[in-house]
Design a protein around this ligand. Structure first.
Ligand code: ADP
Ligand code: SF4
Length: 699
């Protein structure tokens, strides 16, 4: 296959000051959760992006000084020379594949609590931080400003020494001291660093000039700037100071990387935004600078990418998530393999890794984060040495991924799905409001499987233990998924609640199958959400949009609290409020009659009654393990039938995220027919001491 000439424009080289990017694919700085604690993993992850064709590959933000300490988050660090080996490993992997390495220097100002370093956070003016730590940042005086400039210079020198080609000065996401100085709401200084626009810009300008001076003419200087904070006139706006900043500094850097602030605005999920959602805010930038411009917006379609370049909105297609879901995206476009692109679904499970202080994971790409410790390549799996056939039962994310990866390894695979469509939970959930892109989890896998001669796919094939014994296929994987419980058991109620049966009780599965029509119009429907991720709120949204009166009850303090980790919580709550859903927090279930539900306060036990015609408990799931138990009961017959192994995958083993189900299917395929050592960690562990040149003795 060869490249579609419509996409030639994406493969033009572009100069960034003294360096040249080989194409227009640019992996912007993004957190990986690997940072300074997992340097080998970080190096391998970034190297994989370069191998996949991204002309520029950036690290995550690199803290320049211990007064910028995001612990327990795990970012890059440039505190002193001891950080260099870890970052040299990163640049080496990126250069090995012919790409440019970029680093984003940051001092996090009032965004950090310095939990590890215990140093006092710094800010333009006295301020509380933006977390809940009982810590305040202190106003910087002139000597602090001169320290800050020196720290930036030192960090830039170290970054250059580590081999980076592009050095970023960062003023984005409300996470950088430079943005704090720029911002009227954070900066109420009365000296030459506060007040007027020029004064608030001063430190940013000085640090840009300092950085240029120390990095010389072999490295490029980039700026990452929030052009709009989406908070109106109290913040930076793309029509106001966002534009003024770029106009004032237009030709100073070699590249402008522009986006929205804060992170939840920059990395909006597909539930709340379409591909290219930042264009309205960033399209002005090229009119005020001649320097190349990079922007993001979850671009996964080469048509949209080529359009954004042709329309003069962007010079580089910036990506974090699309490069995570498919590190090989540029190569696939280059080789005309558009159908092979594993498109990001915009779910932000990747962000949840960083937000929970662990290496990232991805719903679409189970290999991300496993490049080093498990040696997983996103595109290549070694062929199975002596492959014996496999039978996979269940065509959800786990079964589809197991079948796909096994077929790629040369195993003859038979995939049987009891239902009338592929995708399992993904097929049902992608019909819910805002979740259409989730269908890509199914579509990509079905597409890949359909192209394999060694994969046979059967719908309408609910298999029994008898069937499986009769087939006698040597290796069997059961991926039959899970069902939502209807007995109220979850985090809050650990024992079944018999009283729930006193009125209409509807399983989330019924709503997932039949849609809102499963609930008769009339009295209120109560969604009791003790799951705390997305489903409770999406079902409430589905019902509210269908004109039902919806009451959302949760024992938590807010709607869908776990979706903070996917940067969605505030948008979820806002949406339910706007749809007229009544939200009742901090309440458990206490009793029920046909049309009333009694709630009890989780703190005081105080009771309250509400009208309830139908109750939808979204609490927990149970594995659908009937088939597994039937087969297990006949284990004595397995050998005679020619069956050597039977395992459970995905939700059927333990209900979890879609990402976990895909990972489970992939892991099965990777370790197929291998003896698994259950006593040792199934991955390499970092030898941090070696990379940091060993322990330091205190005299
Ligand atoms: P996971 O997330 O683990 O992949 P899902 O619930 O998404 O789980 O998918 C499980 C799939 O298994 C569903 O599509 C369901 O129809 C199918 N399934 C369940 N039992 C059987 C069976 N006995 N034979 C074939 N398919 C089954
Ligand atoms: Fe995209 Fe979701 Fe993967 Fe993140 S986790 S890259 S949002 S598919």
């Amino acid at each position: 296959m060869s490249r579609d000439p419509r996409f030639d424009i994406l493969f033009e080289p572009v100069k960034i000051g003294p360096v040249t990017a080989r194409n227009r694919f640019y992996q912007v700085p993004h957190c990986s959760g690997m940072g300074y604690r997992y340097p080998n993993a970080e190096a391998q992850l970034r190297g994989m992006k370069a191998e996949g064709g991204w002309a520029v590959v950036s690290t995550q933000e690199a803290e320049i000084h211990p007064t910028s300490d995001l612990t327990p988050a795990n970012e890059a660090r440039l505190w002193d020379e001891r950080d260099l080996p870890a970052l040299c490993a990163v640049t080496e992997r990126i250069h090995h594949h012919g790409s440019l390495a970029a680093v984003q220097l940051v001092h996090n100002g009032l965004h950090v609590a310095n939990r590890f370093s215990r140093m006092i956070p710094l800010a333009p003016s006295h301020a509380v931080g933006d977390g809940l730590d009982p810590v305040q940042a202190r106003a910087m005086d002139k000597s602090d400003i001169s320290d800050m400039r020196r720290w930036y210079r030192n960090a830039a020198l170290r970054a250059k020494k580590a081999g980076f080609d592009i050095i970023y000065v960062y003023a984005g996401h409300d996470m950088s001291i430079l943005q704090h100085f720029l911002s009227r709401r954070h900066n109420d200084r009365t000296d030459e660093y506060g007040g007027s626009f020029e004064n608030r810009l001063r430190l940013f300008r000085e640090i840009l000039e300092d950085t240029r001076e120390v990095i010389g003419d072999s490295c490029a200087l980039a700026v990452r700037l929030a052009v709009d904070e989406l908070i109106g006139p109290s913040g930076i706006t793309s029509e106001g100071e966002g534009k003024d900043i770029i106009a004032a500094l237009a030709e100073l850097p070699d590249l402008w990387d522009v986006n929205l602030s804060d992170w939840s605005n920059d990395s909006q999920t597909a539930r709340f935004s379409e591909e290219g959602y930042q264009e309205p805010y960033i399209r002005f930038v090229k009119s005020v600078t001649t320097k190349p411009v990079v922007g993001v917006g979850r671009y996964t379609s080469p048509d949209s990418m080529a359009r954004a370049v042709r329309q003069g909105i962007l010079d580089f297609i910036g990506a974090a998530r699309p490069s995570i879901a498919d590190p090989y995206l540029p190569k696939k476009i280059e080789e005309g393999r558009i159908d092979d692109i594993r498109e990001c679904i915009g779910c932000n499970i990747c962000a949840s890794g960083d937000n929970t202080n662990v290496p990232m994971r991805c719903t679409q790409n189970p290999t991300i984060g496993e490049e080093w410790r498990k040696g997983w390549h996103p595109e290549i799996i070694t062929s199975s040495p002596a492959p014996e056939p496999a039978l996979i039962i269940g065509g959800g994310p786990a079964g589809l991924e197991a079948a796909r990866a096994l077929a790629q390894r040369g195993v003859d695979v038979l995939l049987a799905e009891g239902g009338k469509e592929w995708g399992g939970r993904v097929a049902r959930e992608c019909r819910l409001p805002g979740l259409a892109t989730w269908g890509r989890v199914r579509d990509w896998r079905v597409g890949q499987l359909s192209a394999r001669a060694n994969a046979e796919l059967y719908l309408h094939s609910a298999l029994s233990a008898d069937d499986i014994l009769q087939y006698g296929i040597p290796h069997v994987a059961i991926a039959t998924g899970s069902k939502w419980r209807c007995d109220g058991v979850g985090r809050t109620h650990r024992q079944p609640l018999a009283f729930l049966e006193a009125g209409n009780l509807l399983s989330p599965d019924v709503l997932l199958d039949a849609g809102a029509s499963a609930v008769a119009a009339g009295g209120p429907v109560v969604v009791f959400d003790d799951d705390s991720y997305y489903l409770g709120s999406v079902l409430a949204e589905l019902l509210a949009r269908a004109g039902r009166t919806v009451i959302f009850v949760t024992p938590e303090a807010q709607v869908s609290p776990w979706s903070k980790n996917t940067l969605e919580q505030a948008r979820v709550q806002k949406r339910l409020i706007e749809l007229g859903v009544e939200i009742i927090c901090a309440m458990a279930l206490a009793d029920r009659t046909k049309d009333r539900l009694e709630l009890s306060c989780i703190y005081s036990g105080r009771r309250r009654q509400i009208d309830c015609d139908t109750l939808v408990p979204v609490t927990a799931r149970l594995p659908d393990e009937t088939l597994w138990l039937d087969l297990k009961a006949r284990e004595a017959d397995w050998a005679d039938a020619g069956i050597q192994s039977v395992v459970r995958l995905g939700d059927c083993l333990a209900p979890g995220t879609i990402a976990a189900a895909v990972y489970s299917g992939h892991d099965y395929a990777r370790t197929y027919q291998e003896q698994i050592d259950r006593d040792s960690p199934p991955f390499l562990r970092e030898d941090i001491g070696a990379l940091y040149a060993g322990p330091v003795k205190r005299e």
